[in-house]
Ligand binder design. Sequence first.
Ligand code: PGA
Length: 257
Amino acid sequence: MRTPFVVGNWKLHKTIAESLALVTELKNQLAAVAAGKRVEVGVAPPFTALWPVARRLDDASVMVCGQDCFWEERGAWTGEIAPSMLVDVGCRWVIIGHSERRQHFGETDAGVGKKVKAALAAGLGAIACVGETDAERDAGSTTAVVDRHLEGALAHVTAADAARFVVAYEPVWAIGTGRTATPAQAQEVHAHIRKRLGEKLGAEAAAAIRIQYGGSVKANNAVALMGQADIDGALVGGASLEAADFIAIVRAARGNS
Ligand code: PGA
């Protein structure tokens, strides 16, 4: 039985003061929402807020996540952050290969694979994002694109990594658009992803790996999405910036456990 996992991806939002205000609210309210329930919760603030947020969450169950990391541990890589630096600051997980990084920052499938490998080697859990654009879906190539993204992400993953490897299915056309995939559309792709995971890593690992859905997840659609057999939580952008919205989504995921 997979424990649902909900992560808030704050993207390029929030100062340190704003970050602390939000996680303090989350910490206070989630203690009751998640108590004794099978649900894991994470937040991915901007790099500049990681340290104070991690300190504020020291005694809370909410996990701190990076929004990206590099595949090298040190060297002449101006602007990059090493996986072990995320561990150092208190992160447990890192998001890798988000579509915004693929679209705007030249992230490649091979690069995603190297980042996943480096993150796992440093002791982080890796949340690898996959998903097709509008044009790709219209062209009927959704599964081909997802397969290509998965192949890159899984290049160095083994069955032993199942507990620390998460796939986030995020159709690009649903991100920040208010246009969510229907629960049936999402489930269809999630089931396909699980099948591919099985082919690559074996049935036991495929049954254990969490597959999050992401793309305009809101309080009012989360229950239906989380009710799908292969949807094991959410990667939440816009709705993770307000405590009440995010907590409602955690509640929906928790209801699934
Ligand atoms: P959204 O973003 O919830 O604002 O659509 C999701 C994501 O990009 O992870």
